[in-house]
Ligand binder design. Structure first.
Ligand SMILES: [Zn+2]
Length: 373
């Protein structure tokens, strides 16, 4: 279900009402009705397919209230889903598990102050020709192509992530896992964690060389449970699918962070709310607009920052509807992916883990019995 489409005629990403307004006030258009126009004009803003069908608001027969928002549907002639398989709007049977759905950002739909500050920046940028809707679309297209170009396959068990984490715990001279029933009464007790603690002794050669600078990314696993969970979830989700190597974006990512930091320093509220580099990295709308500034500057940092500084001085935007939707933050979960890629590279030097899923299940059953869970 697409709430917005890209209009070829108006070169804007628009929702149904906005597109209808534009259509109604343009006398030069020669279509029998709005539906015919939409079928010709509207493109999916993500995968660029055309042939949209207008789906009106749904009303409840009982209360006469709107129960579903008007939207655009993209169907082929035989009625199947017309979106390309990687598209976030695709919902056919063979839906490719998509890891960038959570990269979706709708500026303006969230009432949060941060989002509206960034929305204002987008509107100023459009009003003062620093970028336009077509640039936003081109950025999306660039990211889409990047995603389609993936030749990297995550082919290891997600348990690897946790096992690496467990292998970095201190060993206190133990040579095997010791069942300690007291542990299960502790608030932090987690049977899966115990399984990993135990399995690490089965793989004594699973040692990560932490003197190698590239491996320092694994410290993230020890330092943050959330980080580990995210990495586990992404591997579980994208296992077996072709993905692209996020590390190709390293320079662009680092430049985006620096531009984002610059933006927060220029805004008292943002500076208070988004303190420190890790907060910046987590803020998707901020990264999206920073990436957009860089994208329209051929990724030149100085040019991007100059554009931003210019927008700071131009005064409030006149039309706050110029750009209310932008698709995605290309750098979502970048640091987590960095760990996933680094582990993939290391796998060739590590023991054979092809049976890790079975090993995990077996060990879990054994420990459940021993702990009388
Ligand atoms: Zn699509």
């Amino acid at each position: 279900m697409a709430i917005t489409v890209y209009s070829r005629t108006f070169k804007k990403e628009l929702d149904m009402v906005q597109l209808l307004n534009h259509y109604s006030s343009d006398n030069a258009l020669n279509f029998s009705d709005f539906k015919e126009f939409v079928a010709f004009d509207a493109e999916c803003p993500i995968c660029n397919v055309s042939g949209a069908i207008v789906v009106s608001e749904g009303y409840s027969k009982r209360t006469n209230k709107i129960v579903s928002q008007s939207h655009f549907s993209f169907r082929t002639k035989d009625g199947t889903d017309a979106h390309k398989v990687f598209c976030d709007h695709y919902s056919g049977d063979d839906k490719q598990i998509d890891s960038s759905r959570d990269g979706f950002i709708k500026f303006g739909t969230s009432g949060s102050e941060i989002t509206s500050i960034i929305r204002e920046l987008v509107c100023r940028g459009i009003e003062h020709d620093e970028f336009n809707q077509e640039d936003i679309r081109n950025m999306r297209q660039w990211f889409t192509e990047l995603r389609q170009s993936g030749t990297f396959s995550v082919n290891y068990s997600p348990h690897m992530i946790n096992l690496i984490r467990a292998s970095m715990y201190s060993r206190k001279g133990e040579s095997k896992y010791i069942v300690d029933e007291e542990r299960k009464n502790k608030s932090w007790f987690d049977i899966n964690d115990e399984v990993y603690r135990s399995l690490r002794f089965k793989y004594p050669s699973l040692m990560i060389d932490m003197t190698n600078e590239n491996n320092s990314v694994f410290y993230n696993l020890v330092n943050s449970t959330t980080f580990t969970k995210q990495a586990h979830r992404l591997v579980a989700r994208d296992r077996g699918y072709q993905v692209y190597d996020r590390r190709l974006l390293k320079e662009k990512y680092e430049a985006t962070i620096r531009v984002a930091q610059k933006i927060t320093r220029h805004h008292e509220f943002l500076f208070r709310k988004i303190r420190g580099i890790s907060a910046v990295k987590k803020n998707n709308p901020l990264l999206a607009v920073s990436a957009l500034l860089l994208f329209v500057s051929d990724w030149n940092e100085t040019t991007a920052i100059n554009k931003f500084i210019k927008l700071c001085g131009v005064g409030k935007s006149k039309n706050n509807d110029e750009g209310n939707v932008i698709g995605l933050n290309p750098f979502i979960h970048y640091d987590v992916w960095n760990v996933i890629h680094q582990l993939k590279d290391l796998m060739v030097t590590l023991p054979d883990f092809s049976n890790l899923d079975e090993e995990f299940d077996r060990e879990k059953s054994r420990l459940i019995e021993l702990y009388k869970l």
